[in-house]
Design a protein around this ligand. Structure first.
Ligand SMILES: [Zn+2]
Length: 365
């Protein structure tokens, strides 16, 4: 895969795992080479933690990228530091990077929600989902993002998130390792010029990654929601690309997905800089996401005097300073509702008796 070697050479080894918070990136930000990167504090979170931007390049095409607006979604943050290493380590001999920095100005916000990142929550310190605060702008972080974007007026905006392991790619048994969306800018979901530009960028990434992630790239449905930043930016004619980093089989820490995210992002950036964007038609070839995956299927469980199958989903919770995987008891299904669902793993429970399906924990440890 193109760019794979560059990824391995430049992977930021100080960032690893699911929980990445401000203390992990603070030192790395201060070490960015000053002759290349303009790094500064642009604001503070609700709990007064600095929010940084990193600018590189001097071209007329302006690209805004932000990550971790949901605190527990860190894959893109890790990947952005791999990108920083790649840009600075290979600039001297890589004409694609030279071209990128000559034609584009890249403004990164690597961690928009440091409070959520520390607490390992989606929401910020006020309990607000920043991606539902684009219209009301109640949180300082959402205000900051809106303020930076309206001042910078990006030609392209990258909204970088993580999705759960529960999304499959419609019509296949594949899990959605990467998903994309060019958000709508109104209820009618008209394909505006701005949407079309975002679709072209997504088409580029899809075409490059498809051979390496067969049946593992999905598309989100484009129901309009003005409270979301992607939709709001699209209304302002900032072509906005949503990238969701998802699960790769066996890769709970999203380190494999991190690689694909790096490749996707650099492919997109090089195409934008080289003005080599294809038409947007391929966008609609990407199958929709379908949330039908469960982490584990347990067969032959004895419950209410009969044998049944149960499917469970996990979630991660912060306990002290550690992330602990727990069964999400609100998501457990059993019996005939398992029909049409997909499972990352199947376990034979061998006639174990349960009186309450919330107590399956010991079977899946
Ligand atoms: Zn998110």
């Amino acid at each position: 895969m193109l760019l794979e070697k560059s990824y391995h050479k430049n992977k930021e080894k100080n960032l690893h795992g699911l929980r990445i918070h401000y203390q992990h990136i603070e030192g790395l930000l201060s070490k960015l080479p000053k002759h290349l990167f303009r790094e500064q504090i642009i604001g503070y979170s609700h709990e007064n933690v600095p929010i940084h931007s990193v600018i590189i390049g001097s071209g007329s095409i302006k690209i805004l990228l932000w990550s971790q607006m949901h605190g527990d979604e860190s894959t893109a943050t890790k990947s952005l530091f791999d990108v920083f290493n790649y840009l600075s380590n290979e600039l001297d001999f890589n004409s694609d990077i030279k071209n990128l920095l000559e034609h584009c100005t890249l403004l990164f916000i690597p961690m928009l929600n440091p409070d959520g990142a520390y607490a390992y929550t989606r929401e910020n310190g006020q309990g607000i989902d920043l991606n539902r605060d684009a219209k009301r702008l109640v949180s300082p972080e959402a205000k900051l993002l809106m303020c930076i974007a309206t001042e910078f007026k990006p030609n392209f905006a990258f909204n970088l998130h993580d999705q759960t392991s529960f999304y499959s790619v419609t019509g296949t048994n594949g899990v959605a390792t990467l998903s994309f969306l060019s958000p709508a800018s109104d209820e009618s979901r008209e394909i505006t010029a701005s949407r079309r530009e975002a679709m072209s960028v997504i088409s580029t990434m899809f075409t490059a990654l498809k051979p390496h992630l067969p049946n593992q790239i999905g598309r989100y449905n484009d129901t309009f929601n003005a409270d979301c930043f992607g939709d709001s930016f699209q209304m302002l004619d900032f072509p906005t690309i949503l990238i969701e980093s998802g699960y790769f089989p066996g890769d709970e820490l999203r380190e494999e997905t991190r690689k694909f995210h790096f490749v996707a992002l650099m492919t997109a950036l090089f195409a934008i800089a080289g003005r080599e964007l294809p038409n947007s038609d391929t966008y609609f070839d990407i199958p929709l996401n379908n949330k039908i995956y469960y982490d584990i299927r347990l067969d032959n469980i004895r419950y209410n005097n009969s044998l049944t199958s149960v499917a469970i989903r996990f979630l991660y919770k912060l306990k002290g300073d550690k992330l602990v995987k727990e069964i999400d008891t609100t998501e457990t299904i059993s019996g005939s509702t398992l029909g049409g669902k997909l499972f990352h793993k199947t376990i034979n429970a061998q006639d174990q008796v349960f009186t309450n399906l919330n107590y399956l924990g010991f079977l899946v440890k």
